[in-house]
Design a protein. Structure first.
Length: 350
């Protein structure tokens, strides 16, 4: 399994799965059982969707035959399960363009410039792509990705820098603790006294603040401080009304992620309350060859459960096989007894 890089020629794909959360991963498995290869595209930098980004330690109790497993554990197990089929991963890329060609195949283009020539599409995008909640200060767009960051990609680049971190969740506190010893200065700003982070992390942060190793301010960012067109710091209004001008080389904002249906809403697919209408035989959308499973799909009686998404992926796989290879006779084969399935899964002969 590997991350794809932008290519000049379109990648020829049987199926492109948009979304690498649990349903998208299981869709790759179900397609693999039928001998169909898949490419997965996701806007997040790693597979797992909401399970990985929002609640990796959350226990899940309704996966059949698994009394309890953590959300990240479920993703790890799904990644292990699809290894025999070696689906290609194209991560940190949002699908920006999807168009049906005259021959019935699809042109897919991502924000990173990767282009696919695909026979079928599965949209397993959950409630949409997850975008970081932005700091929202006037002029911040010019510095996002250079001086203002919503995730840490290279901690080493922050060493010796004057840092201001915003947020009160685990990400904000974890990075505060991790960077406190290597930064020239570090200030944590949170809008209220209560934190959403682990109590032990909050206690450690307060110890560092009491020892003068970091600074903590209860307040809100008010405006950027600029010098010769470069970011020089940020003005913070404290909850007691005081205004603090904080010098900074980098601002790190951890306000969480919010779902955004994004370009999906512009692809000409029939929508109902920001979800894609599908049938319950094929899980096909209003456009032939484009299927939708998981939270992004809707139909009468729909229940937004991972369990339901797995069922939808199984039925969609057979529909996709028929769409791609209409002359091929379909057989329902069981993984317990089918030699073909065993070969695809890499099960040793007994």
């Amino acid at each position: 399994m590997s991350s794809g890089s932008p290519q000049s020629e379109p990648v020829l794909a049987e199926v492109v799965i948009i979304g690498a959360g649990p349903c998208g991963l299981f869709q790759a498995f179900e397609l693999g059982l039928l001998g169909i290869g898949a490419h997965l595209v996701d806007s997040l930098p790693r597979p797992g969707g909401q399970c990985t980004e929002l609640y990796p330690d959350k226990p899940i109790y309704d996966i059949p035959a698994v009394p309890v497993c953590g959300a990240q554990e479920l993703i790890d197990r799904l990644l292990q399960q699809i290894k025999p089929f070696n689906p290609r991963m194209h991560l940190g890329q949002e699908v920006s363009e999807l168009a049906r060609r005259e021959d019935g195949r699809f042109l897919v283009r991502t924000s990173a410039g990767t282009t696919f020539d695909a026979g079928a599409i599965v949209i397993a995008a959950g409630v949409g792509s997850f975008q970081p909640r932005r700091i929202g200060l006037e002029g911040c767009e010019a510095f996002e990705g250079s001086s203002i960051h919503y995730r840490v990609r290279d901690a080493g680049e922050l060493q010796g820098k004057r840092l201001v971190i915003f947020g009160g969740g685990d990400s904000a506190l974890d990075w505060t603790l991790a960077l406190a010893s290597s930064a020239e200065s570090l200030t944590l700003v949170h809008r209220r006294a209560e934190f959403r982070a682990a109590p032990a992390s909050v206690a450690k942060m307060r110890e560092l603040a009491a020892a003068g190793r970091i600074r903590y301010i209860e307040g809100l960012a008010q405006s950027l401080i600029l010098a010769d067109g470069a970011l020089a710091g940020v003005n913070v209004k404290a909850s007691d009304g005081g205004l603090h001008a904080l010098q900074a080389d980098r601002l790190l904002a951890f306000f969480g992620l919010h779902p955004k249906l994004g370009p999906i809403a512009e692809w000409g697919l029939e929508l109902e309350r920001k979800a894609l209408k599908v049938d319950t035989e094929k899980f096909e959308t209003s456009v032939p060859g484009i299927f939708a499973i998981g939270d992004v799909s809707t139909y009468p009686g729909k229940k937004k459960l991972i369990l339901s998404g797995f069922h939808e992926a199984a039925l969609a796989a057979f529909a996709i096989q028929h769409h791609l290879y209409p002359q091929k006779k379909q057989f329902l084969q069981y993984t317990t007894t089918s030699p073909v399935m065993h070969k695809r899964l890499g099960v040793p002969d007994t």
